[in-house]
Design a protein around this ligand. Structure first.
Ligand SMILES: Cc1cc2nc3c(=O)[nH]c(=O)nc-3n(C[C@H](O)[C@H](O)[C@H](O)COP(=O)(O)O)c2cc1C
Length: 318
């Protein structure tokens, strides 16, 4: 039987993978609450750590499902960096085959190797893309879902407007469509569905979850920041991403004078600060963050807002 992943969730949400932020506990709590939880494989420092994370997630979710036959956890997902610069490319691919996450999110690079590994055990591959060219390319490589990373997103955001992007992709794409960028509450999730998305892909809103790996300083900065505090630059990783200006100032740098593309990247010698670790990322949805909360509290709020918005629409239409 072909599983429709839309039927396996209680809210059409994927908790987006976030480098140095997503934790196994977040994934487990998210899945138990009925949304798809995910993490970047490289958040586990070594292959041995990763194997432990896989054990923890699969064991805890299996226990939960055994105890709750009529309230099964949503599927879980991992994020695989499909770029050749991924130093654990082969090792992580083998672990994916062993632990068989139902969904693998491929980023940065040709998804072909991960598509053949994941399809061999019946899993799905979603690829994140920032424009039509990459969307078409990923579709041609046989992925099952396209994650459209739009303007204002946290991390390596695109520049396209979500309405224009999803409309254009839908002209050639019949697979799972996932919308990403500044989706923060139940109303936004419903809006993504109205535009034609199967799932909303949500990152920033989950950074200050109690179970995340983000530091207290990061949480506090998110609470105090607004969308005006972001800078979209390629100076730190060579690829444009959204960062919190106050974290740049805190690291002793001048946000108005950072240099050229890649000047402050990991690969440069003599770097004193590291993107993601010292320089913190957030999307324009940062505005919605007012306090730290548990993963379950955030999802509960989203479910309530989603029902409320649906009811309003329904009443408006009758
Ligand atoms: C701190 C942070 C780290 C991220 N790390 C990754 C990553 O490792 N891999 C990835 O595919 N996307 C990463 N992203 C992007 C998210 O998966 C997602 O596309 C984005 O957060 C969605 O936009 P939003 O933050 O506005 O909800 C990251 C985003 C943030 C904010």
């Amino acid at each position: 039987m072909v599983v429709n992943f839309k039927d396996t969730v209680k809210l059409p949400v994927i908790m987006a993978p976030m480098f140095l932020v997503s934790s196994p506990k977040m994934v487990i709590e998210g899945c138990k609450a009925g949304v798809i939880g995910s993490f970047p494989l490289l958040n586990a420092r070594t292959g041995a750590d990763l194997e432990q994370w896989f054990e923890q997630i699969t064991t805890e979710l299996a226990e939960f499902n055994a105890q709750n036959p009529s309230n099964q956890a949503a599927p879980w997902a991992v994020n695989f960096m499909s770029h050749p610069s991924n130093h654990r490319f082969e090792e992580d691919l083998q672990l994916i085959k062993k632990y068989q996450p139902p969904i693998v999110i491929s980023s940065l690079g040709d998804p072909s190797p991960v598509v053949s590994a994941v399809h061999s055990y019946g899993g799905l591959v979603f690829a994140d893309v920032i424009n039509l060219f990459f969307a078409q390319k990923a579709a041609d490589k046989g992925v099952d879902g396209l994650i459209l990373v739009c303007n204002g997103a946290g991390g390596h955001a695109g520049t396209l407007n979500p309405m224009a992007f999803i409309g254009a992709v839908k002209e050639f794409w019949n697979g799972y469509t996932i919308l990403s960028g500044c989706i923060s509450n139940g109303k936004d999730i419903l809006a993504a569905e109205v535009l034609g998305a199967d799932f909303a892909f949500i990152g920033t809103r989950f950074i200050p979850a109690h179970e995340s790996l983000a530091s207290e300083g990061y949480d506090q900065m998110l609470i105090e920041s607004s969308m005006d505090d972001l800078i979209y630059t390629d100076v730190f990783s060579g690829v444009k991403a959204n960062y919190l200006k106050p974290s740049i100032v805190k690291a002793g740098l001048d946000p108005n004078n950072l240099g050229e593309k890649g000047d402050l990247s990991y690969s440069r010698e003599n770097r004193t600060v590291k993107a993601w670790k010292d320089i913190w990322s957030a999307g324009q949805g940062v505005h919605s963050i007012k306090k730290t909360q548990s993963t379950v509290e955030i999802i509960t709020e989203m479910k309530e807002g989603y029902s409320e918005a649906r009811n309003k629409l329904f009443v408006a239409q009758t």
